[in-house]
Every structure is written in structure tokens, then in C-alpha cells.
Design a protein around this ligand. Structure first.
Ligand SMILES: [Zn+2]
Length: 120
């Protein structure tokens, strides 16, 4: 991959990382402010619980993405970036532009997704 392309994806990954970190801290702040609110009746408790579950799901999903972004950033440094982890072919630029931290090419991704579905 050319340096100019690597820098392009690196910038994209860093921007995405910042966005996610912001999302996570906003969600956590929301949780803290909610926890310090006085909850007066059962309904408040119930809806606060649901919000917490949703917030935790958002945080864990975003945390997972953050990890994938860090892995992709590390790969940029080691020249492995943009190479499919399964078949070692180059991942298409059009795919990387949509998902800059993609680990697999489209073909392998669909194989992985199928086997993940089979497990569930
Ligand atoms: Zn592949």
C-alpha cells in the first residue's frame, strides 16, 4: 500500500477512534448523572435499568470497535494493513473506505459470518 493511502486510512481510523471515545465518555457521563438522580418510583427504576442495559451494550459494542481500530492502526505501522487475515489477499479500497478496520476481504468476511451464525 502506498504511503499516501496508508495516511488516508490512518486519518480515518484516528477520526473514528476520537468519535468513539467521545461517544463512550458521553454515555458514561449520562449513566453517572442518571445514577445521581433521585428515582422516585418503580417506573423510574425500571426505565433506568433498561437505559443502563442499552448504555452497557453501546459501550461494549463501541469498545470492541475501538479495539479493532487499535489493531488496524498497529498494522499500518507493520505494513500488514489492508491485507486479509484469512487469505492474505489485498482488501479492496472501496471496502476499507467503508470499514477502515476490516480484517477480512469480502469473500472471507462472508465465510466468517456464516460460520459465526452456524455457531449460534
Ligand atoms: Zn480473504
Amino acid at each position: 500500500m502506498k504511503d499516501v493511502d496508508k495516511n488516508f486510512f490512518k486519518d480515518m481510523l484516528i477520526d473514528r477512534k476520537k468519535q468513539i471515545q467521545k461517544n463512550i465518555s458521553e454515555t458514561e457521563l449520562e449513566k453517572i448523572s442518571m445514577a445521581s438522580n433521585d428515582l422516585n418510583d418503580e417506573a423510574d427504576f425500571a426505565s433506568a435499568d433498561i437505559d443502563n442495559i442499552i448504555d452497557d451494550a453501546i459501550i461494549s459494542q463501541q469498545g470492541k470497535e475501538l479495539l479493532e481500530i487499535d489493531q488496524a492502526l498497529a498494522k499500518i505501522e507493520t505494513e500488514e494493513y489492508g491485507v486479509c487475515e484469512m487469505c492474505e489477499e489485498q482488501i479492496g479500497y472501496s471496502r476499507l473506505k467503508v470499514k477502515p478496520f476490516a480484517k477480512y476481504c469480502i469473500t472471507c468476511r462472508s465465510i466468517v459470518e456464516k460460520s459465526e451464525k452456524a455457531k449460534n
